[in-house]
Design a protein around this ligand. Structure first.
Ligand SMILES: CC(C)(COP(=O)(O)OP(=O)(O)OC[C@H]1O[C@@H](n2cnc3c(N)ncnc32)[C@H](O)[C@@H]1OP(=O)(O)O)[C@@H](O)C(=O)NCCC(=O)NCCS
Length: 302
């Protein structure tokens, strides 16, 4: 077994390992490309394949390092070993190489999968129980959990006319963002939810722009977006309402507008990831918990 540094020519091998090694997921080539080469922090040196002496695929790992407020955070963004080759230390070798490099680069903490804004899943799905065992064995501790909700898009029509009329009477207008809204939106998101700026930027790249905003007195007070991560899967979010504007039903309308877009684009269901306020989503769009994720981290003491 040897470790090989990823390059574009090895994409199909990485795809083969992810497709067959992540049995609870249905990863497509397009999605994997988004995760690997479209990640602004993608580094071939942190993306490795394990192959046998005939260069046949065995395993794959992708790490990324992001600059966060408290310093550099490392992420194991993707990891899989083909079923027939498990429990032979392949993931250990892949992971050790990444941890060694991250230590060299003064990474303070490593987390699993939740490499926002470009991430595949917000943590370890415990039904990948081997992964739970693997990360605990490698010194990770669970610090939180979260869930992805699923909203049905077939039975609901997401009509918001009535609610919007009511809001309009109170001076609040809701619309799909246009190019002209880009600058004010970026300024607003920096002040209110800075971590979501890359996802907001991504929404403005989509056609049509996959972001809706609420305004009062010409000023943005809330937004919702979709297809900003894991494009092609019906991925909702992020969304946020400024503190002073909460409790007026604005979020519900914005949420429904995004789900209506996804419905019109042909999706049968939407994923509302990394939640958060489950009752809010259940109330407005009857979304149910679909998957849970355990969040793991390892603090590196250099
Ligand atoms: C998780 C995964 C990558 C582990 O790969 P692997 O090559 O089998 O891992 P290793 O052989 O290096 O295992 C190292 C240690 O992890 C733990 N571990 C791994 N698989 C385990 C299992 N089935 N049962 C118990 N412990 C396990 C053990 O402590 C093991 O050490 P040991 O064999 O000396 O006891 C692999 O099971 C996999 O691809 N799973 C599906 C995809 C996945 O879960 N990806 C991560 C999603 S967050």
């Amino acid at each position: 077994m040897k470790l090989v540094t990823y390059s574009t020519g090895l994409f199909n091998i990485a795809y083969y390992v992810c497709k067959h090694g992540m049995e609870l997921d249905n990863i497509t080539k397009d999605l994997l490309r988004q995760k690997i080469e479209e990640d602004p922090d993608f580094e071939p040196g942190l993306t490795l394949l394990a192959v046998d002496e005939k260069d046949k695929p065995l395993g794959f790992i992708m790490g990324v390092i992001r600059k966060r407020k408290n310093g550099k955070t490392g992420y194991i963004k993707l990891l899989a070993v083909l079923k027939n080759f498990r429990r032979r230390g392949i993931a250990t070798q892949l992971y050790s190489a990444i941890e060694k490099e991250m230590r060299k680069r003064k990474v303070k903490v490593i987390r699993v999968y939740e490499s926002y804004p470009n991430y595949f899943m917000p943590g370890v799905d415990p039904f990948y129980t081997e992964a739970v065992c693997f990360f605990e064995r490698n010194g990770f501790t669970k610090f939180n959990d979260c869930s992805n909700l699923k909203a049905d898009l077939v039975k609901q029509d997401f009509n918001t006319e009535k609610e919007e009329r009511k809001l309009r009477a109170g001076g609040i207008s809701i619309k799909r963002a246009t190019k002209k809204d880009f600058e004010p939106m970026i300024k607003w998101i920096r002040r209110n939810f800075a971590a979501w700026e890359p996802e907001v930027r991504a929404a403005f790249e989509n056609k049509p722009i996959s972001l809706h905003i609420a305004k009062k007195d010409g000023k943005i007070i809330a937004f919702s977006a979709h297809e900003t991560n894991n494009r092609g899967t019906g991925w909702f979010g992020p969304m946020g309402t400024s503190k002073a504007a909460r409790g007026k039903g604005i979020g519900g309308v914005l949420l429904k507008r995004c789900l209506k877009d996804l419905k019109n684009a042909g999706f049968k269901s939407s994923i509302i990831p990394w939640v958060g306020p489950i009752p809010f989503y259940m109330h407005y769009v009857n979304s149910k918990v679909e998957r849970v994720f355990w969040r793991y981290q390892k603090v590196l003491k250099n």
